[in-house]
Write a new protein. Structure first.
Length: 156
């Protein structure tokens, strides 16, 4: 039996019985208080990332807030949101390589603090080029790169 590895686009469309809302466990409650956590589907994260227009930025934490609000939960899951943004980024790049248009502008999704996600396609350098082409200025902060004045260009 041969096993065919799933493409990034297939991974993006794999719902995995998500989204769902779960009660925060004791360990999670220490960090976020009592309540619930929304665990998004990959396509939900991608949909939010896809709506970020040129010149604007979004962070993983803001995506989490939007997911929590949509599902009337206390918090959005940090782990799945981060993983699914990574999948969305790679799926977008894969689609772009296939000649598809209007792919998700993943480079506009930053880590908290305006930091570029080095695990996205093209690494730090590839994203820096895309962000600079949209008028953003990058500054080095230790070993990482961040968008200067990112807060002023953040989506709400």
């Amino acid at each position: 039996m041969s096993y065919k590895k799933k493409s990034w686009q297939e991974k993006l469309k794999d719902r995995k019985d998500l989204p769902k809302v779960v009660k925060l466990n004791a360990r999670q409650a220490k960090k976020w208080g009592t309540g619930t956590m929304a665990i998004p589907s990959p396509m939900e994260v991608n949909a939010i990332m896809k709506r970020v227009p040129a010149g604007k930025l979004i962070t993983i934490n803001l995506i989490r807030e939007k997911i929590a609000k949509k599902h009337k939960a206390t918090v959005g899951c940090p782990i799945t949101t981060g993983i699914f943004s990574w999948i969305a980024a790679h799926a977008a790049e894969e689609a772009k390589q296939e000649g598809k248009l209007n792919t998700t502008p993943y480079w506009r999704t930053l880590k908290e603090g305006g930091i570029i996600n080095e695990k996205y396609p093209g690494g730090t350098e590839g994203q820096a080029q895309l962000l600079e082409a949209e008028g953003h200025r990058l500054v080095q902060k230790g070993k990482r790169w961040k968008v200067e004045n990112w807060e002023q260009r953040r989506m709400r």
